[in-house]
Design a protein around this ligand. Structure first.
Ligand SMILES: Nc1ncnc2c1ncn2[C@@H]1O[C@H](COP(=O)(O)OP(=O)(O)O)[C@@H](O)[C@H]1O
Ligand SMILES: [Mg+2]
Length: 148
Protein backbone atom coordinates (compact mmCIF):
# COMPACT_ATOMS: atom_id res chain seq x y z
CA UNK A 1 0.00 0.00 0.00
CA UNK A 2 3.00 2.25 -0.29
CA UNK A 3 4.05 4.77 2.28
CA UNK A 4 0.63 5.28 3.82
CA UNK A 5 -0.45 2.14 5.62
CA UNK A 6 -3.52 1.12 7.54
CA UNK A 7 -3.02 0.93 11.25
CA UNK A 8 -1.80 -2.57 12.04
CA UNK A 9 1.00 -3.86 14.21
CA UNK A 10 3.40 -1.88 16.31
CA UNK A 11 0.88 0.27 18.07
CA UNK A 12 0.81 -1.33 21.51
CA UNK A 13 0.00 1.27 24.10
CA UNK A 14 2.12 1.33 27.23
CA UNK A 15 0.34 -0.26 30.20
CA UNK A 16 -1.54 2.60 31.78
CA UNK A 17 -0.12 4.62 28.92
CA UNK A 18 -1.14 8.20 28.81
CA UNK A 19 -3.01 9.83 25.95
CA UNK A 20 -3.06 13.60 25.49
CA UNK A 21 -5.59 15.32 23.23
CA UNK A 22 -5.03 18.81 21.87
CA UNK A 23 -7.85 20.71 20.19
CA UNK A 24 -6.45 23.06 17.58
CA UNK A 25 -7.82 26.15 15.95
CA UNK A 26 -8.32 26.05 12.23
CA UNK A 27 -5.71 28.61 11.33
CA UNK A 28 -2.03 29.01 10.59
CA UNK A 29 -1.18 29.26 14.29
CA UNK A 30 -2.24 25.63 14.76
CA UNK A 31 1.13 24.04 13.88
CA UNK A 32 2.95 26.25 16.39
CA UNK A 33 0.36 25.56 19.08
CA UNK A 34 0.67 21.84 18.35
CA UNK A 35 4.47 21.96 18.47
CA UNK A 36 4.47 23.68 21.86
CA UNK A 37 2.05 21.18 23.38
CA UNK A 38 4.01 18.26 21.91
CA UNK A 39 7.31 19.56 23.27
CA UNK A 40 5.88 19.72 26.78
CA UNK A 41 4.46 16.22 26.59
CA UNK A 42 7.64 14.63 25.20
CA UNK A 43 9.71 16.21 27.95
CA UNK A 44 7.28 14.93 30.56
CA UNK A 45 7.42 11.44 29.05
CA UNK A 46 11.24 11.44 28.87
CA UNK A 47 11.21 11.12 25.08
CA UNK A 48 13.39 14.10 24.22
CA UNK A 49 15.61 11.99 21.88
CA UNK A 50 12.56 11.80 19.59
CA UNK A 51 11.79 15.51 19.86
CA UNK A 52 13.17 16.75 16.53
CA UNK A 53 11.52 14.02 14.48
CA UNK A 54 8.19 14.22 16.27
CA UNK A 55 8.03 18.02 16.05
CA UNK A 56 8.76 17.84 12.35
CA UNK A 57 5.90 15.39 11.84
CA UNK A 58 3.52 17.40 14.02
CA UNK A 59 4.25 20.53 11.98
CA UNK A 60 3.69 18.77 8.67
CA UNK A 61 0.58 16.80 9.60
CA UNK A 62 -1.15 19.66 11.42
CA UNK A 63 -0.20 22.04 8.61
CA UNK A 64 -1.69 19.60 6.12
CA UNK A 65 -4.90 19.22 8.13
CA UNK A 66 -5.38 23.00 8.25
CA UNK A 67 -4.36 23.61 4.63
CA UNK A 68 -5.81 20.58 2.84
CA UNK A 69 -8.36 19.14 5.31
CA UNK A 70 -11.33 20.51 7.26
CA UNK A 71 -11.96 21.78 10.79
CA UNK A 72 -12.01 20.73 13.52
CA UNK A 73 -8.40 19.59 13.70
CA UNK A 74 -7.34 17.51 16.69
CA UNK A 75 -3.96 16.18 17.75
CA UNK A 76 -3.64 13.09 19.93
CA UNK A 77 -0.36 11.96 21.48
CA UNK A 78 -0.22 8.37 22.70
CA UNK A 79 2.56 6.87 24.78
CA UNK A 80 3.52 3.47 23.33
CA UNK A 81 5.58 0.77 24.98
CA UNK A 82 8.52 1.66 22.72
CA UNK A 83 7.83 5.26 21.76
CA UNK A 84 5.00 7.53 20.74
CA UNK A 85 2.24 7.81 18.17
CA UNK A 86 0.81 11.11 16.95
CA UNK A 87 -2.63 11.18 15.35
CA UNK A 88 -3.87 14.26 13.52
CA UNK A 89 -7.58 14.10 12.89
CA UNK A 90 -9.52 16.36 10.56
CA UNK A 91 -13.12 16.30 9.33
CA UNK A 92 -12.39 15.85 5.63
CA UNK A 93 -12.52 12.18 4.56
CA UNK A 94 -10.24 12.74 1.57
CA UNK A 95 -6.94 11.00 2.17
CA UNK A 96 -3.52 12.51 1.58
CA UNK A 97 -2.19 11.90 -1.88
CA UNK A 98 0.74 9.56 -2.06
CA UNK A 99 3.94 11.35 -3.01
CA UNK A 100 4.88 10.81 -6.63
CA UNK A 101 7.71 8.35 -7.23
CA UNK A 102 11.04 10.21 -7.08
CA UNK A 103 11.68 9.58 -10.76
CA UNK A 104 8.52 11.48 -11.67
CA UNK A 105 8.74 14.29 -9.15
CA UNK A 106 10.68 17.35 -10.16
CA UNK A 107 13.77 17.43 -7.97
CA UNK A 108 13.16 21.09 -7.28
CA UNK A 109 9.46 20.81 -6.40
CA UNK A 110 8.67 22.62 -3.18
CA UNK A 111 5.31 20.99 -2.59
CA UNK A 112 4.39 17.36 -2.06
CA UNK A 113 7.48 16.81 0.05
CA UNK A 114 5.91 17.00 3.49
CA UNK A 115 4.68 13.42 3.78
CA UNK A 116 7.84 12.13 2.15
CA UNK A 117 9.89 13.84 4.85
CA UNK A 118 7.62 12.55 7.62
CA UNK A 119 7.95 9.02 6.23
CA UNK A 120 11.71 9.31 6.31
CA UNK A 121 11.82 10.08 10.05
CA UNK A 122 8.91 7.92 11.32
CA UNK A 123 8.80 4.16 11.87
CA UNK A 124 5.36 4.17 10.26
CA UNK A 125 2.99 6.67 8.66
CA UNK A 126 -0.60 5.84 7.85
CA UNK A 127 -4.17 6.95 7.49
CA UNK A 128 -7.33 5.66 9.12
CA UNK A 129 -10.88 6.57 8.09
CA UNK A 130 -13.16 7.51 10.97
CA UNK A 131 -16.65 6.53 9.85
CA UNK A 132 -18.67 9.67 9.17
CA UNK A 133 -16.05 11.91 10.75
CA UNK A 134 -13.17 12.43 8.39
CA UNK A 135 -9.88 10.66 8.92
CA UNK A 136 -6.73 10.69 10.93
CA UNK A 137 -3.21 10.67 9.62
CA UNK A 138 -0.78 9.15 12.08
CA UNK A 139 2.95 8.71 12.54
CA UNK A 140 4.68 6.36 14.95
CA UNK A 141 8.14 6.81 16.43
CA UNK A 142 10.24 4.34 18.38
CA UNK A 143 13.01 5.04 20.81
CA UNK A 144 16.59 4.14 19.85
CA UNK A 145 17.37 0.45 20.16
CA UNK A 146 13.67 -0.40 19.82
CA UNK A 147 13.55 -0.42 16.01
CA UNK A 148 9.99 -1.53 15.09
N1 LIG B 1 -5.09 16.19 5.92
C1 LIG B 1 -5.24 16.12 4.58
N2 LIG B 1 -6.48 16.13 4.02
C2 LIG B 1 -6.63 16.07 2.67
N3 LIG B 1 -5.63 16.01 1.80
C3 LIG B 1 -4.37 16.01 2.28
C4 LIG B 1 -4.11 16.06 3.69
N4 LIG B 1 -2.76 16.04 3.86
C5 LIG B 1 -2.22 15.98 2.64
N5 LIG B 1 -3.17 15.97 1.67
C6 LIG B 1 -2.94 15.89 0.21
O1 LIG B 1 -1.74 15.18 -0.01
C7 LIG B 1 -0.82 16.00 -0.72
C8 LIG B 1 0.61 15.73 -0.25
O2 LIG B 1 0.85 16.30 1.04
P1 LIG B 1 2.29 16.83 1.38
O3 LIG B 1 3.29 15.75 1.07
O4 LIG B 1 2.30 17.34 2.78
O5 LIG B 1 2.55 18.01 0.35
P2 LIG B 1 2.05 19.55 0.37
O6 LIG B 1 1.32 19.80 1.68
O7 LIG B 1 3.32 20.35 0.27
O8 LIG B 1 1.17 19.70 -0.82
C9 LIG B 1 -1.29 17.42 -0.52
O9 LIG B 1 -0.92 18.27 -1.58
C10 LIG B 1 -2.80 17.26 -0.43
O10 LIG B 1 -3.36 17.20 -1.71
MG1 LIG C 1 2.20 19.32 3.49
Amino acid sequence: MGMLRRMTEGNLKAPGGETVRVQLEDNLAAPEHARRATGQVLRRWGLTPLLDSVLLAVSELVGNAVRHGAAPVKLTLSRLIDGIRIDVHDADPREPRLPAPPALAAQTSETGRGLQIVSSVAAEVGVEQIRGDGKMVYARFVTEGDEK
